[in-house]
Design a protein around this ligand. Structure first.
Ligand code: NI
Ligand code: MN
Length: 242
């Protein structure tokens, strides 16, 4: 019997595990071994059915290759990220691009815009550009929709994401410096019209100074719930209330 809700585990930074109502495991932006916020128990994670990558920066794509090879999971990313992973020996990829959707493992994935950059620094210091950064709206088997914004600044077309896909929970970066800070993320909640936000991409490194408390002070008076997770913590969401 499939569980009705989505089990969401935050592993610090922008890395989340979703254990879906249909019994699948989705990993997004796997950054484990060198992620100071990732609990030790998850650093060698291998099992996944689907790996999503928002963009080619190391702190988002770090373990995509290893997990895909260990688990045989399908990797979804922008076309160039998937091509690059394919050249590194990842067998199952399904590259896509912004504005499109696809269904994989019973899960509907829509790739959205993100305002950021996407170069991978090679060991020799050269940069391989891996297309553009993106975000995802993920619709699970029970119809619940989560928006993972990736790394992004705020952009006005978040209103279109809200209008077209109506995510019930948004995972938004708040760390500032490389992405939105709390002030911009609060405005993003307004554009998206989301009832609940999970802050991410903060605190991993000293430069990521935005805090959930700052976000909470801005959005809770407007009725938006801030679901603050601890790295390694699992919550169940998706009953229509949250
Ligand atoms: Ni980035
Ligand atoms: Mn990042």
């Amino acid at each position: 019997m499939a569980q009705a809700k989505v089990r969401v585990t935050w592993l610090g930074h922008s890395t989340f595990l979703f254990d879906t109502p249909g019994g699948k495991r989705v990993v997004i932006d796997p950054f484990l071994e060198n992620n100071p916020a990732c609990p030790t128990a998850f650093k060698s994670l291998e099992r996944a059915d689907l790996v999503l990558v928002t963009h080619g920066h190391y702190d988002h794509v770090a373990e995509a290759e290893r997990i895909a090879k260990a688990s045989g999971a399908l990797v979804i990313g922008i076309f160039e990220v998937c091509h690059w992973l394919g050249q590194r020996g990842v067998e199952k990829t399904s590259g896509m691009n912004k504005g499109g959707s696809q269904t994989a493992e019973g899960i509907r994935v829509t790739m959205t815009h993100a305002l950021h950059s996407a170069g991978f620094i090679n060991p020799d210091g050269s940069i391989t550009y891996l297309g553009e950064p993106a975000g995802y709206v993920i619709e699970f088997e029970n119809g619940y929709r989560i928006y993972h914004a990736g790394d992004t600044g705020i952009f006005g077309d978040m209103a279109l994401i809200g209008e077209l896909y109506a995510p019930q929970t948004a995972l938004l970066p708040i760390g500032d410096h490389f992405t939105m800070g709390p002030r911009e993320a609060a405005k993003a909640c307004e554009l998206l019209k989301v009832p609940q936000v999970v802050p991410m991409h903060f605190g991993t490194f000293p430069v990521l100074t935005g805090t959930p408390a700052a976000l909470r002070a801005l959005v809770e008076p407007k009725g938006v719930r801030v679901l603050e997770l601890k790295p390694g913590e699992t919550v169940e969401i998706g009953d229509g209330e949250q």
